[in-house]
Design a protein. Sequence first.
Length: 201
Amino acid sequence: MCNVELKQLASIIQGNIPTRIEVSEGVSIETITMQELNYIANVSDDLPVEKHIVVQGDKLNTYSLTQNKDVVVGLSSGKAIVIDNKRANRLILSNLAIIRIKDTNLLDPYYLCWLINNNKAEIRKMQQGTTAVSIIPLSKLKSFDVTLVPIETQRTIGKIDELKRQRDRTTHSIEAKKADVLAQQLMIIYEKESKDGKKRV
Protein backbone atom coordinates (compact mmCIF):
# COMPACT_ATOMS: atom_id res chain seq x y z
CA MET A 1 0.00 0.00 0.00
CA CYS A 2 1.32 3.45 -0.92
CA ASN A 3 0.12 7.02 -1.46
CA VAL A 4 0.46 8.56 -4.91
CA GLU A 5 -0.56 12.00 -6.14
CA LEU A 6 -3.54 11.86 -8.50
CA LYS A 7 -1.67 13.64 -11.32
CA GLN A 8 0.67 10.63 -11.59
CA LEU A 9 -2.26 8.26 -12.12
CA ALA A 10 -4.64 10.33 -14.24
CA SER A 11 -5.10 13.32 -16.52
CA ILE A 12 -7.15 16.12 -14.96
CA ILE A 13 -9.24 17.95 -17.55
CA GLN A 14 -10.94 21.30 -16.87
CA GLY A 15 -14.49 21.75 -18.13
CA ASN A 16 -15.33 24.25 -20.86
CA ILE A 17 -16.45 27.83 -20.19
CA PRO A 18 -19.87 28.03 -21.94
CA THR A 19 -19.53 31.64 -23.12
CA ARG A 20 -16.31 30.75 -24.96
CA ILE A 21 -17.70 27.83 -26.96
CA GLU A 22 -21.42 28.53 -27.40
CA VAL A 23 -22.51 29.68 -30.88
CA SER A 24 -25.87 30.56 -32.46
CA GLU A 25 -25.64 27.89 -35.17
CA GLY A 26 -23.85 24.56 -35.01
CA VAL A 27 -24.19 21.18 -33.31
CA SER A 28 -26.31 20.72 -30.18
CA ILE A 29 -24.56 18.63 -27.55
CA GLU A 30 -25.82 17.49 -24.14
CA THR A 31 -23.86 18.49 -21.05
CA ILE A 32 -23.31 16.98 -17.62
CA THR A 33 -24.73 19.50 -15.16
CA MET A 34 -24.03 20.00 -11.45
CA GLN A 35 -27.69 19.15 -10.90
CA GLU A 36 -27.21 15.78 -12.60
CA LEU A 37 -23.99 15.07 -10.71
CA ASN A 38 -25.65 15.88 -7.38
CA TYR A 39 -28.63 13.66 -8.24
CA ILE A 40 -26.42 10.67 -9.16
CA ALA A 41 -24.23 11.21 -6.08
CA ASN A 42 -27.37 11.32 -3.88
CA VAL A 43 -26.66 14.87 -2.74
CA SER A 44 -30.04 16.02 -4.09
CA ASP A 45 -33.35 14.35 -5.00
CA ASP A 46 -34.17 17.00 -7.64
CA LEU A 47 -34.55 15.28 -11.00
CA PRO A 48 -31.96 16.70 -13.41
CA VAL A 49 -33.15 18.69 -16.40
CA GLU A 50 -31.39 18.06 -19.71
CA LYS A 51 -29.13 20.91 -20.81
CA HIS A 52 -27.81 21.25 -24.36
CA ILE A 53 -25.32 23.73 -25.76
CA VAL A 54 -24.83 24.62 -29.42
CA VAL A 55 -21.16 24.48 -30.42
CA GLN A 56 -19.06 24.38 -33.59
CA GLY A 57 -19.22 20.85 -34.99
CA ASP A 58 -15.71 21.00 -36.45
CA LYS A 59 -14.26 21.79 -33.01
CA LEU A 60 -16.00 19.00 -31.06
CA ASN A 61 -12.78 17.03 -30.58
CA THR A 62 -11.16 20.05 -28.87
CA TYR A 63 -13.80 20.24 -26.14
CA SER A 64 -13.85 18.42 -22.79
CA LEU A 65 -16.08 15.42 -23.49
CA THR A 66 -16.67 12.48 -21.17
CA GLN A 67 -15.54 8.94 -21.85
CA ASN A 68 -16.70 5.68 -20.28
CA LYS A 69 -15.02 5.14 -16.85
CA ASP A 70 -14.06 8.80 -16.44
CA VAL A 71 -14.53 10.19 -12.94
CA VAL A 72 -16.23 13.60 -12.95
CA VAL A 73 -15.85 15.90 -9.93
CA GLY A 74 -17.95 18.92 -8.99
CA LEU A 75 -15.41 21.63 -8.20
CA SER A 76 -17.79 23.36 -5.79
CA SER A 77 -19.42 20.33 -4.16
CA GLY A 78 -16.34 18.07 -4.10
CA LYS A 79 -18.59 15.15 -5.08
CA ALA A 80 -17.61 12.59 -7.73
CA ILE A 81 -19.41 10.19 -10.07
CA VAL A 82 -18.20 7.55 -12.53
CA ILE A 83 -19.29 8.01 -16.14
CA ASP A 84 -21.02 5.00 -17.69
CA ASN A 85 -21.83 4.41 -21.38
CA LYS A 86 -25.11 6.31 -21.01
CA ARG A 87 -23.28 9.50 -20.03
CA ALA A 88 -20.26 9.16 -22.33
CA ASN A 89 -19.63 11.80 -25.03
CA ARG A 90 -21.24 14.56 -22.97
CA LEU A 91 -19.83 18.05 -22.67
CA ILE A 92 -18.28 19.05 -19.33
CA LEU A 93 -18.59 22.67 -18.23
CA SER A 94 -16.20 24.78 -16.15
CA ASN A 95 -17.75 23.96 -12.74
CA LEU A 96 -16.73 20.32 -13.26
CA ALA A 97 -13.51 18.46 -14.01
CA ILE A 98 -12.77 15.11 -15.65
CA ILE A 99 -10.33 12.68 -14.06
CA ARG A 100 -9.21 10.28 -16.80
CA ILE A 101 -7.32 7.36 -15.30
CA LYS A 102 -4.25 6.28 -17.26
CA ASP A 103 -4.31 2.61 -16.21
CA THR A 104 -7.47 1.08 -14.69
CA ASN A 105 -5.42 -1.99 -13.73
CA LEU A 106 -3.57 0.29 -11.30
CA LEU A 107 -6.46 2.52 -10.17
CA ASP A 108 -10.13 1.55 -10.33
CA PRO A 109 -12.48 4.48 -11.17
CA TYR A 110 -15.19 3.37 -8.71
CA TYR A 111 -12.59 3.08 -5.94
CA LEU A 112 -11.30 6.58 -6.75
CA CYS A 113 -14.88 7.88 -6.70
CA TRP A 114 -15.36 6.28 -3.25
CA LEU A 115 -12.09 7.84 -2.00
CA ILE A 116 -13.13 11.34 -3.09
CA ASN A 117 -16.69 11.11 -1.76
CA ASN A 118 -15.56 9.73 1.60
CA ASN A 119 -12.63 12.06 2.20
CA LYS A 120 -14.59 15.19 3.15
CA ALA A 121 -11.87 16.68 5.37
CA GLU A 122 -9.24 16.48 2.62
CA ILE A 123 -11.65 17.86 0.00
CA ARG A 124 -12.59 20.76 2.29
CA LYS A 125 -8.89 21.62 2.72
CA MET A 126 -8.50 21.82 -1.07
CA GLN A 127 -11.41 24.24 -1.55
CA GLN A 128 -10.58 27.92 -1.90
CA GLY A 129 -12.76 31.03 -1.84
CA THR A 130 -15.50 32.28 0.45
CA THR A 131 -17.82 30.05 2.47
CA ALA A 132 -20.64 30.82 0.02
CA VAL A 133 -18.58 30.23 -3.12
CA SER A 134 -15.65 27.85 -2.71
CA ILE A 135 -14.09 25.71 -5.43
CA ILE A 136 -11.33 23.16 -5.76
CA PRO A 137 -8.50 24.54 -7.92
CA LEU A 138 -7.25 22.00 -10.47
CA SER A 139 -3.74 22.28 -9.00
CA LYS A 140 -5.09 21.05 -5.64
CA LEU A 141 -7.08 18.25 -7.27
CA LYS A 142 -3.95 17.08 -9.06
CA SER A 143 -2.12 16.78 -5.74
CA PHE A 144 -4.93 14.74 -4.10
CA ASP A 145 -3.34 11.76 -2.32
CA VAL A 146 -4.60 8.39 -3.59
CA THR A 147 -3.99 5.39 -1.35
CA LEU A 148 -3.19 2.50 -3.68
CA VAL A 149 -4.30 -0.81 -2.23
CA PRO A 150 -4.24 -4.03 -4.35
CA ILE A 151 -6.40 -3.65 -7.46
CA GLU A 152 -8.75 -6.51 -6.51
CA THR A 153 -9.39 -4.80 -3.16
CA GLN A 154 -10.03 -1.53 -5.01
CA ARG A 155 -12.55 -3.23 -7.31
CA THR A 156 -14.34 -4.87 -4.38
CA ILE A 157 -14.63 -1.54 -2.54
CA GLY A 158 -15.70 0.17 -5.77
CA LYS A 159 -18.41 -2.42 -6.57
CA ILE A 160 -19.85 -2.35 -3.05
CA ASP A 161 -19.89 1.46 -3.02
CA GLU A 162 -21.59 1.60 -6.43
CA LEU A 163 -24.25 -0.90 -5.30
CA LYS A 164 -24.81 1.20 -2.17
CA ARG A 165 -25.14 4.35 -4.30
CA GLN A 166 -27.72 2.67 -6.55
CA ARG A 167 -29.66 1.35 -3.54
CA ASP A 168 -29.62 4.78 -1.87
CA ARG A 169 -30.74 6.45 -5.11
CA THR A 170 -33.69 4.03 -5.39
CA THR A 171 -34.60 4.52 -1.71
CA HIS A 172 -34.40 8.31 -2.04
CA SER A 173 -36.58 8.25 -5.18
CA ILE A 174 -39.23 6.06 -3.49
CA GLU A 175 -39.28 8.28 -0.38
CA ALA A 176 -39.54 11.43 -2.51
CA LYS A 177 -42.52 9.94 -4.42
CA LYS A 178 -44.20 8.96 -1.12
CA ALA A 179 -43.73 12.50 0.17
CA ASP A 180 -45.27 13.92 -3.05
CA VAL A 181 -48.30 11.60 -2.75
CA LEU A 182 -48.84 12.56 0.90
CA ALA A 183 -48.52 16.27 0.08
CA GLN A 184 -51.12 15.88 -2.70
CA GLN A 185 -53.50 14.02 -0.37
CA LEU A 186 -53.16 16.75 2.28
CA MET A 187 -53.90 19.41 -0.33
CA ILE A 188 -57.00 17.51 -1.49
CA ILE A 189 -58.25 17.28 2.13
CA TYR A 190 -57.53 20.99 2.67
CA GLU A 191 -59.26 22.08 -0.54
CA LYS A 192 -62.30 19.90 0.24
CA GLU A 193 -62.58 21.34 3.76
CA SER A 194 -62.16 24.88 2.42
CA LYS A 195 -65.00 24.40 -0.09
CA ASP A 196 -67.26 22.74 2.53
CA GLY A 197 -66.50 25.53 5.00
CA LYS A 198 -67.45 28.21 2.48
CA LYS A 199 -70.73 26.37 1.76
CA ARG A 200 -71.54 26.25 5.47
CA VAL A 201 -70.87 29.97 5.83
